[in-house]
Design a protein around this ligand. Structure first.
Ligand code: CO8
Length: 261
């Protein structure tokens, strides 16, 4: 598939999507939003791929929705298109992905860009990363999950302050409050994200997908339901060939040869 606003490559079991509108800080226009969704769907179906990375490169992630493209849209248009602009967009595709999706973030991740990183399973941040929901400064509100996901990730006080003032959070603050899993120097961002994704892709894929489902369950379910869900899935994982292989390999003091990855 050929794309206009993103680059996509598959390397050693890892699918890498790079946002590519450098002149406008990777602002998310209709095409980019659609293409990221298409690429996530394609990588999700690609047997070779065990983990997906979304990045904007080592300078900027994305400065939000393309304001110049968006500014003249009407309520009617957004409503009828089931917002953003299309039925199938990147946020929905990332949400639906059963394979893990990592956001590798350097520089600005603002508005819809911040929302894209938060739709991913976890965020690895460069020391230059800045997260924010600045929609309030242009007279609107976050529209792709910002008020919801930021609140779940960092709590009401910080989310409320950031959304109401547009204040940005730097990488240190984002790590401190649990928005990102870790910080690395900007020049090591892509390599670190790749190694992390490669590690995940080398594990048993059914087990990886099951863990993702269980951790996501913790976000919304109450603890009792979550624990019961995990216990059933733990038992079910014993039906995986890879589980038998992993445990036998341990007992025989050798490396496991997972079939499904
Ligand atoms: N949309 C369109 N163009 C942009 C955007 C944007 N969001 N951000 C930057 N650009 C363009 C600038 O217009 C400029 O282009 P040009 O050279 O042609 O003038 C170029 O990128 C470089 O930008 P700046 O000169 O402004 O660079 P600075 O380093 O001075 O500032 C900032 C960088 C702070 C990131 C600044 O550009 C800025 O504030 N950008 C807007 C941030 C913002 O408000 N984002 C939220 C947008 S609303 C949103 O995301 C809602 C999401 C809802 C779902 C998404 C649906 C698609």
């Amino acid at each position: 598939m050929s794309y206009e606003t993103i680059l996509v490559e598959v390397k050693q079991g890892v699918g890498i999507i790079t946002l590519n509108r450098p002149k406008v800080m990777n602002a998310l226009n209709k095409t980019l939003t659609f293409e990221v969704g298409q690429a996530v769907d394609a990588l999700e179906k690609d047997e070779e791929v065990g983990c997906i990375i979304i990045t904007g490169g080592d300078q900027v992630f994305a400065a939000g929705a393309d304001i110049k493209e968006m500014k003249d849209l009407s309520f009617h248009e957004l409503h009828m298109a089931n917002f953003p602009y299309i039925q199938r967009d990147c946020w929905r595709a990332i949400d639906d992905a059963r394979k893990p999706v990592i956001a590798a973030v350097a520089g600005f991740a603002l508005g819809g860009g911040c929302e894209m990183t938060m739709a991913c399973d976890f965020i690895i941040a460069a020391d230059t990363a800045k997260f924010g929901q600045p929609e309030i400064s242009i007279g609107t509100i976050p529209g792709a999950g910002g008020t919801q996901r930021l609140t779940k990730a960092v709590g009401k006080a910080k989310a409320m302050e950031m959304c109401l003032t547009g204040r940005m959070m730097d990488a240190q603050e984002a790590e401190h409050c649990g928005l990102v899993s870790r910080i690395v120097p900007a020049q090591e961002l892509l390599e670190t994200a790749f190694k992390t994704a490669r590690k995940i892709a080398s594990n048993s894929r059914p087990a990886v997908m099951m863990i993702k489902e269980c951790v996501n369950m913790a976000v919304d379910a109450d603890l009792g339901d979550g624990i019961a869900f995990e216990r059933r899935n733990f038992a079910a994982s014993f039906a995986f060939e890879d589980c038998k292989e992993g445990m036998n390999a341990f007992a025989e003091k050798r490396k496991p040869e997972f079939k499904h990855r």
